[in-house]
Design a binder for this molecule. Structure first.
Ligand SMILES: Nc1ncnc2c1ncn2[C@@H]1O[C@H](COP(=O)(O)OP(=O)(O)OP(=O)(O)O)[C@@H](O)[C@H]1O
Length: 342
């Protein structure tokens, strides 16, 4: 298991104020962050831009030192056992970083493998095996600059596996990839965790990908951990409200207060739930008997629908249509980052 214990990272930079003057600026990118990563599990790390995800991954990969706190990998402390930890971890970044373009795919793997002290016979075998595994067997001896984006990304995966790490950190692994290639990569990530028992930490701006792959998700905002839970539970804890739309014909203004009273009394809408009534505007040329659009956010959408349908009939309204929208992880992350959830 990997455990980050109350880790803080402060960057210190200099801001030039003129020819001879500069001021020191401190940025607290990660604030007292504790999280764990288990073998065989895919753990998400989410947050808006600047939340501290890349900084966290770079610290876990031993590329950056925390300013405070500790990181343990299978009981080894990162300060004391850095090189033993480097054998157990690796990082794969999306985009086109971390590869040598003039070298071939095979040469890239052999170079990166040599950094882990693999001997040349093992390097040859491992490179061949990994190139075939990621479908680059035939392109192995072409320079990387001739590879497509998807091929480069598959080579990144092979590079990240060259030391057979127990833990893999993936920073935007499907960035800029076409849908079928991204899907193929997601399949690889899933099988690395579920069939080969690797512990994976994943950051991605594609929240559907996170929802689909991750067992657990950590949500960061300005360097702080806001929540850690399964994607489903985060959605229901944060954005558990469903939005229900009704189109009602025959609306009369005197129904406005009656509807609100009824919703409060029967469904118990609280202050986080809201009701909105959209009437077709006379200016837009619509006739007054055109249906109104009623939108209600509620944690109990089923109850809302079963209670509201008889009320509309009792009040002489005709339900033209109704539909319910389920919230997703994206809704939850936006609400969390906006501080709208306690
Ligand atoms: N080398 C650096 N020097 C100074 N400040 C930095 C450095 N790297 C990152 N930061 C700052 O630290 C904070 C966290 O940045 P980080 O790149 O970890 O966030 P992120 O969540 O990965 O963002 P993104 O989604 O945009 O990649 C930001 O305020 C950023 O400006």
């Amino acid at each position: 298991m990997i455990a980050m214990n109350e880790v803080t990272k402060i960057y210190e930079t200099k801001n030039r104020l003129g020819w001879f003057r500069a001021e020191r600026v401190k940025t607290e990118a990660v604030k007292s962050l504790s999280l764990t990563l288990e073998p065989g599990q895919i753990t998400g790390l989410l947050g808006l831009n600047g939340a501290g995800k890349t900084t966290t991954i770079r610290m876990l990969s031993t590329l950056l030192n925390p300013t405070a706190g500790s990181i343990e990998v299978d009981g080894l402390d990162m300060n004391r056992s850095r090189s033993a930890i480097q054998q157990k971890v690796n990082m794969i970044a999306g985009g086109e970083r971390m590869l040598y373009w003039r070298l071939t795919g095979r040469e890239n793997l052999q170079y990166f493998g040599s950094l882990y002290g693999l001997d040349s016979a093992r390097l040859r075998l491992e490179s061949e095996r990994l190139l075939n595994e990621v479908g680059l067997g035939e392109a192995a001896d072409r320079p990387v600059e001739q590879y497509s984006k998807g091929m480069k990304q598959r080579l990144q995966i092979a590079r990240g596996l060259i030391n057979d790490p127990k833990y893999l950190f993936l920073d935007e692994p499907t960035l800029g990839l076409d849908a079928p290639i991204a899907r193929q990569l997601r399949g690889m990530v899933r099988s690395l965790a579920k069939e080969r028992g690797k512990g994976i930490l994943l950051t991605s701006h594609y929240l559907q990908e996170v929802e689909e792959l991750c067992d657990n998700v950590n949500v960061l905002n300005r360097g702080e951990l806001l929540m850690c839970d399964t994607p489903d539970r985060i959605v229901s804890r944060v954005a558990g409200m469903q939005t229900v739309h009704f189109e009602l014909a025959g609306w009369r203004d005197e129904l406005n207060p009656l509807l609100l009273e009824y919703l409060h009394a029967e469904i118990g809408l609280n202050r986080k739930e809201w009701t909105e009534l959209h009437k077709p505007s006379a200016e837009s040329g619509s006739s007054s008997d055109e249906p109104v659009r009623l939108t209600v956010k509620s944690r109990s959408a089923d109850k809302l629908i079963t209670k509201l349908l008889p009320w509309t009939a009792e009040n002489g309204l005709k339900v033209v249509s109704f539909s319910a929208e389920k919230p997703n992880l994206e809704d939850a992350i936006i609400l969390l980052s906006e501080g709208k959830v306690s």
